[in-house]
Design a protein around this ligand. Structure first.
Ligand code: NAI
Length: 228
């Protein structure tokens, strides 16, 4: 990887898309792929793909394309998913339960190893959504982070508890936090935070649909006027 560290976040995000597409091609017994083909499948230009990959090193050969196994291995190494990460979850509620049921995380190198909650009715019981996991009391958090060397955590507690939980996770040694609570967390700069807010994504979607509708309406009006 190039040492400067000034890699744009969108380029890193697209690496995950490239990886997914490469895995599909690999499952299809393919050995080589061109940036043009990769781009066509992902609705990106081939130059975008070449530019993104160039941030991380020299891959592929002009006129031959990329070796699928080699590029897959390299992208996994860059993303840090060439190893398995132990992940913990705080909040065994609706969202936490749904996330714990998803088997796709393990396939991508993320093993959910511990779940915590403060609700005494949930503590000590296996999750209905994933009976392999028994809910632990939140007081066990710090010990468990150390014992199992957990560096990644998912925060799925209500907004009012999210900052306090984030603070405890970081103090315990967690280095990457996936936050679902609708709050801006105040976190040390050396801790990586990823946030997802589906309501924000839906707002973006509704904006795009409204814009497309306005453009279509304006076009219809223009056509009608021309006919008259
Ligand atoms: P929920 O109420 O079903 O679950 C929350 C769980 O957190 C409960 O089991 C509760 O006992 C536990 N909890 C509360 N305080 C705690 C503490 N101090 N320590 C440990 N556990 C604690 O809520 P739900 O629907 O699962 O949502 C969880 C969070 O995710 C909320 O902040 C919600 O706003 C957010 N959310 C975000 C979405 C997104 O798109 N980002 C989508 C859905 C929910």
């Amino acid at each position: 990887m190039k040492p400067d560290g000034n890699i744009p976040a969108p380029a890193v995000r697209r690496l995950s898309l490239y990886l997914r597409q490469l895995e599909l091609l690999w499952a299809d017994d393919r050995q080589k792929v061109s940036s043009k083909e990769l781009g066509a499948a992902l609705r990106l230009t081939d130059s975008q793909i070449r530019k993104d990959l160039a941030y991380f090193g020299q891959f592929g050969q002009a006129g031959v394309g990329y070796d699928i196994t080699e590029l897959t291995t390299n992208i996994r190494r860059i993303l840090g998913t060439d190893r398995t990460w132990n992940v913990l979850l705080v909040g065994a509620g609706n969202l936490g339960s749904a996330l714990s049921a998803y088997r796709g995380f393990a396939k991508r190198g993320f093993r959910l190893v511990a779940v915590f909650d403060s609700d005494k009715k949930k503590v000590g019981k296996p999750l209905l959504s994933n009976p392999e996991l028994v809910v632990q009391h939140i007081d066990m958090l710090e010990d468990e982070v150390k014992r199992r060397e957990i560096h990644l955590a998912i925060n799925a507690v209500p907004a009012e508890a999210a900052q306090q939980i984030a603070h405890r996770l970081v103090k315990a040694g967690v280095k990457g936090l996936f936050n679902f609570a609708p709050v801006n967390l105040d976190i040390d700069a050396d801790v990586a935070v990823a946030s997802v807010d589906l309501a924000v994504q839906l707002e973006q979607l509704s904006f795009q649909v409204s814009m497309n509708q306005s453009i279509a309406d304006a076009e219809k009006t223009r056509k009608k006027r021309r006919k008259k």
